[in-house]
Design a binder for this molecule. Structure first.
Ligand code: 1CP
Length: 343
C-alpha cells in the first residue's frame, strides 16, 4: 500500500520524490468546513469515523498528495486517559482539570485500557484504508509524550511553559511518572493504528523547542526513542517519522531506531542533510507561508530539489498548513514537487 511513499521512507529508489502536506485538512478547504459544520464541532468530527474518513480523503482528491494523514488530533489521547477536553473557537484546546498532583496522575487511565477507548480512531483508519487508492499511503500519528504532557499539565496552549517547566526542575520524578504513563498508552495506540491499516506512523513533538538541550533529551527524545524502538521491534516494515519542531542546535545528538526525520521550516535543509542525511530520510521543509505566493513556492521547491537531488527525501511543508492558503496554490505546490523530482 502506498508503495512510492513507503519506499521513500525507507530510502529506496522511487520514480519521483513523494509529497504530502503536514496537517492537510482544516479551514483552507471549503469542503472541510462543510463537513465540520455537519458534525457540529471539532471533537464530534474526530469521533465520527465516516465523516473523519471523508475529510481525510478530501486533500487526496483535491490536491493530489501521495499520502493521507488520518483526520484526528493529538489530544484525543489525554482525553481518553480521562481528561475532559474542549476545543474553544478562537482559543484552541482546553482541558478543564489539568494534572497538577500525584492523585490526578494516578487517576488517569493508562496502558491498553486507555488505548482501547480510541476505537473511533481505528474505525476511521479501517474506513480510510478501504477507500484510499492502493498507491497512496495512510499515515497514522500521535503527539510525543512531552508535547501531550505540556497540554495535560498546563491545561491549554502556552507561550512560557512555566507550569510544566516548574515540574521539570522542581519535581522531575512526577514528570517522569506522567511521561512514562503516556508513553505506555502511545505504544498500544500506535500498534492498534497499524493493525487498523496505518502504513506509516508519525510522532509530532511540536513543543520540542521549549526545552534546553539536556532536558530535551531526558524528558522528550528518550521517550520518543522508546516508542520508536518498541514499534520497530514489532513492525519493522512500518516506517516511523519523528518530527521534533525547532531543535536545529541539537541535531548532532539525534539517534534512534526510526526511518524519517521531519525537518521544520526554520532548519536549513542543507544543514539537516549534513547532520542527519546519512542516517535518516529527511522530510520537509517548505515554510508554510510560502504557499501564499506561487513564485515563493517555486523558489523553495527548486532549491529543495537541488539540495536533495540524491534522493532520501520526502517533500513536505515545514509545519502545518494555514487556513487562509488558496487551494490553487496548495495544488501548485504538490504538482511542482512531483514534476521537479522526475527531472
Ligand atoms: O476545525 C478546526 O478549526 C480545528 C483545527 C484543527 C485541525 C484541523 C485542530 C485543533 N486539529 C486539527 C487536526 C489535526 N491536528 C491533525 C490531522 C491532520 C489534518 O490536519 O488533517 C493533526 C496531525 C493534528 C496534530 C496536532 N494537533 C498537533 C501537532 C502538529 C502541529 O501542528 O504541531 C498539535 C500541537 C495539535 C493541537 C491542536 N489541535 C487543534 C489546534 C488549534 C491545536 C494547536 C493549539 C495550540 O497551538 O496550542
Amino acid at each position: 500500500m502506498g508503495k512510492i511513499f513507503v519506499d521513500a521512507c525507507f530510502g529506496k529508489e522511487t520514480p519521483y520524490t513523494p509529497v504530502w502536506m503536514m496537517r492537510q485538512a482544516g479551514r483552507y478547504l471549503p469542503e472541510y468546513m462543510e463537513v465540520r459544520a455537519e458534525a457540529g464541532n471539532f471533537l464530534n468530527l474526530c469521533h465520527n469515523p465516516k465523516l473523519a474518513c471523508e475529510v481525510t480523503l478530501q486533500p487526496i482528491d483535491i490536491v493530489g498528495v501521495d499520502a493521507a494523514i488520518m483526520f484526528s488530533d493529538i489530544l484525543v489521547v489525554p482525553n481518553e486517559m480521562g481528561m475532559e477536553l474542549d476545543f474553544i473557537k478562537g482559543e484552541g484546546p482546553i482541558f478543564a482539570n489539568p494534572i497538577r498532583d500525584e492523585k490526578a496522575l494516578d487517576a488517569l487511565i493508562g496502558g491498553e485500557e486507555a488505548a482501547n477507548k480510541l476505537t473511533y480512531v481505528y474505525d476511521t483508519l479501517k474506513l480510510i484504508r478501504a477507500e484510499l487508492a492502493d498507491d497512496k499511503a495512510l499515515i497514522g500519528f500521535t503527539g510525543s509524550p512531552w508535547t501531550l504532557a505540556t497540554y495535560m499539565i498546563e491545561g491549554q496552549g502556552t507561550k512560557t511553559y512555566n507550569i510544566v517547566k516548574k515540574e521539570i526542575y522542581s519535581n522531575p520524578e512526577f514528570m517522569h511518572k506522567l511521561l512514562a504513563k503516556v508513553t505506555e498508552v502511545i505504544k498500544f495506540y500506535l500498534e492498534k493504528q497499524i493493525e487498523a491499516g496505518a502504513d506509516v506512523v508519525q510522532i509530532f513533538d511540536s513543543w520540542a523547542a521549549a526545552l534546553e538541550e539536556s532536558k530535551y533529551f531526558e524528558f522528550s527524545w528518550s521517550y520518543m526513542k522508546e516508542i520508536a524502538a518498541h514499534i520497530k521491534a514489532k513492525y519493522p516494515h512500518i516506517p516511523i517519522i519523528m518530527f521534533p519542531k525547532g531543535i536545529p542546535a541539537y541535531l548532532d545528538k539525534i539517534d534512534g531506531d526510526f526511518d524519517v526525520f521531519g525537518v521544520d521550516w526554520a532548519t536549513p535543509m542543507a544543514y539537516a542533510k549534513e547532520k542527519l542525511g546519512d542516517k535518516y530520510v529527511l522530510q520537509g521543509n517548505m515554510e508554510p507561508c510560502r504557499l501564499y505566493s506561487q513564485e515563493a513556492t517555486k523558489e523553495c521547491v527548486e532549491s529543495l530539489a537541488e539540495t536533495m537531488k540524491d534522493g532520501r527525501h520526502i517533500f513536505n511543508l515545514g509545519h502545518g498548513i494555514l487556513p487562509d492558503v488558496s487551494v490553487e496554490n496548495a495544488k501548485y505546490f504538490v504538482k511542482l514537487c512531483q514534476e521537479v523530482s522526475k527531472r
